[in-house]
Design a protein. Structure first.
Length: 180
């Protein structure tokens, strides 16, 4: 199974992201745009993982202790790799929620590595992928509105191709605890 750990979004946040994505689509000649139901924030990419490891992953995710918080996504940009552009919406590094999400990411990686999982250890960048392989003929400026994303659940996700469509399915999720 191809797996990753992520933060999924509420519909109102997805609506705001899709509005920005549609502006990107309108300014692009072509591209592979993330399907609405696949929009998420990746915390850890695991890749191909045996099914018998899902319980281990559940235990690791359940050990993460954090209170719900918000991240403010305020900017767009692109990563270029092999002359292909991946467009994203991201959080400012000084956004109040960034130290919290970075800490969760770091703790997840430490626990995953200690448990023998192979994970992507590139520096963490809190971003949401809008589209890949974007081609355009003029510079793109999107000027996104500020989007407040509530982080209150961490999910283990499965990625699979179903009838030609990349589909992400939650296998397990755990709620963050409110302090009382």
């Amino acid at each position: 199974m191809r797996l990753f750990i992520a933060v999924n979004f509420y519909d109102r946040v997805i609506d705001q992201i899709v509005d920005i994505q549609e502006r990107l689509r309108a300014r692009s000649l072509r591209g592979n745009f993330t399907r609405r139901e696949n929009l998420h924030l990746t915390l850890a990419f695991l890749g191909e993982t045996p099914a018998e490891k899902v319980d281990d992953l559940r235990q690791i995710i359940e050990t993460i202790r954090a209170v719900p918080f918000e991240i403010l996504f305020t900017r767009t940009g692109c990563f270029t790799h092999s002359r292909k552009e991946l467009w994203w919406i991201g959080a400012e590094s000084n956004s109040p929620g960034i130290p919290l999400i970075t800490s969760i990411h770091r703790e997840l990686l430490e626990r995953l590595l200690a448990a023998g999982f192979s994970v992507d250890t590139r520096p963490f960048s809190a971003h949401i992928t809008l589209g890949r392989e974007i081609k355009h003929s003029a510079p793109i400026i999107l000027n996104p509105p500020n989007i407040a994303v509530r982080v209150d659940r961490i999910s283990l996700m499965k990625s699979e191709n179903i009838r030609g469509k990349l589909t992400y399915t939650e296998l397990f999720g755990t709620e963050m605890e409110n302090p009382h």
